[in-house]
Design a protein around this ligand. Structure first.
Ligand SMILES: Cc1cc2nc3c(=O)[nH]c(=O)nc-3n(C[C@H](O)[C@H](O)[C@H](O)COP(=O)(O)OP(=O)(O)OC[C@H]3O[C@@H](n4cnc5c(N)ncnc54)[C@H](O)[C@@H]3O)c2cc1C
Length: 392
């Protein structure tokens, strides 16, 4: 009898488990937290003062019949013997495994980072930390808000840009943009890793009143002095700062260790998403080393591919991204795939409406992915980078 085990009830794990259940499979889903957080919501909590409750739901409410939800922390995976160990000593066996444990945030990699987050919060480590950032932003009357990153690899590549746009918008509304500078310090050569996207984003940042430093990768932070030092030898003073942490693969012991890359991400076949060397184990979303952006969209699309493959279909993941960049009343998307670098996508109010629709559909699309599949498929086909390679 088939025993499907899904590890992690984040975006990818919930889509995979619920989709399998819709096809009649019995699935066990293991998750350590009682609450699911819509991670992009942290931006709205931190920089627009939204309530955290708007972006969190009990995991049990997101799981449908046919999925057995187990509360527990995964400590180890033995791929050879098909065993999963929990921290409390429970052991699970499986015939098929889906690893959807997300990325781990390393606040120790950069000296001073833990202290910075404890003092000011941020928009990566959770809803409460985001609320802490908002309480400081609300009080910031003059000085400099710095948004920076400790490594070029992090989930949602446009997240710091969105943070800067939202913060600048809020400060403008409060009448403080003249006395508070919003400064975006990025570890890239341009305003975005892709030059095509940078050419579209840079004028919008300027229009919003955001100053930008490029080639600035955070090396250390002196919280008492209010200063950030970069690997490239620069420094910048802040009154308030949020630094995106170094990301690593899940904090779980995996046997054999060779299936993990040097940062702990699970090595997969980029198209089939099976763990390298194993046909009965898959890794989706942020936990995998698939060479595409770490986003909810890629986790969702990867989950669909893995479910198809478990059902015997030869679906392949094409690395499609659809990362929204939300600016003042408008949005653009970073659209790419394994075969196509990002295409030029202009900011527009219509795309902002699309993004708001995607956000509104989030909870339902986790629980009932098959209902949303035709709508999402139509969107992804219409905006395939091959179709809109000249721009959208
Ligand atoms: C500020 C911000 C903005 C973002 N904006 C966007 C956006 O606009 N669009 C977009 O598509 N994506 C966005 N993302 C990225 C997106 O949220 C993630 O890429 C997505 O959630 C990844 O899904 P996942 O299933 O791989 O991992 P996650 O959703 O992180 O889920 C992992 C799950 O595993 C659980 N877990 C971890 N370790 C264990 C363990 N040992 N035992 C048991 N359970 C465990 C966790 O509790 C969690 O529930 C954003 C992220 C951030 C931080």
């Amino acid at each position: 009898m088939e025993k499907i085990l899904v590890l992690g009830a984040g975006t990818g794990g919930l889509v995979a488990a619920n989709l399998l259940a819709s096809h009649g499979y019995k699935v066990t889903l293991i998750e350590r937290s009682d609450t699911h957080l819509f991670q992009p919501g942290m931006l709205w909590i931190a920089f627009q003062g939204h309530s955290p409750s708007r972006y969190t739901r009990p995991v049990k409410d997101l799981v449908r019949p046919g999925v057995e939800l187990v509360k527990g922390s995964v400590a180890g995976i033995d791929l050879g013997d098909r065993l999963v160990y929990l921290a409390d000593g429970r052991i699970f066996t499986y015939t098929t495994l889906i690893i959807a444990l997300g990325a781990q945030l390393d606040y120790e990699a950069v000296p001073g980072h833990r202290e910075l987050v404890e003092r000011y919060g941020d928009f990566y480590s959770g809803a409460q930390a985001a609320a802490r950032m908002w309480s400081h932003l609300r009080e910031l009357v003059r000085g400099r808000l710095v948004i920076a990153a400790a490594d070029p690899l992090y989930k949602c590549p446009p997240a710091p840009h969105k943070a800067a746009f939202l913060a600048a918008h809020t400060l403008r509304r409060m009448g403080r943009l003249d006395s508070v500078e919003v400064h975006l310090a990025l570890p890239f050569l341009h305003e975005y890793p892709s030059e095509v996207v940078a050419r579209i984003v840079a004028p919008k940042l300027e229009e919003a009143g955001v100053n930008v430093s490029t080639l600035f990768t955070v090396e250390s932070i002196d919280v008492d002095k209010g200063r950030i030092y970069s690997l490239e030898g620069e420094e910048i003073d802040f009154s308030l700062a949020a630094v995106i942490p170094v990301h690593r693969g899940p904090s779980v012991k995996v046997e054999p260790g060779e299936v993990l890359d040097e940062d702990g991400f699970v090595k997969v076949d980029r198209y089939k998403l099976n763990v390298e060397g194993y046909d009965d184990a898959y890794a989706i979303g942020d936990a995998s080393n698939a060479p595409t952006s770490k986003t909810g969209v890629t986790a969702h699309l990867g989950a669909e591919v893995v479910v198809d493959r478990i059902m015997g279909l030869d679906s392949r993941f094409n690395g499609r991204t659809n990362c929204p960049i939300v600016a003042n009343g408008e949005a653009s998307f970073v659209i790419s795939s394994y075969d196509y670098p990002p295409v030029p996508v202009k900011f527009s109010r219509f795309k902002r409406m699309l993004e708001d629709l995607f956000i509104a559909s989030y909870w339902s699309s986790l629980k009932y992915p098959e209902r949303w599949a035709p709508i999402f498929r139509a969107y992804f086909n219409a905006t395939d980078p091959r179709v809109i390679s000249g721009g959208w």
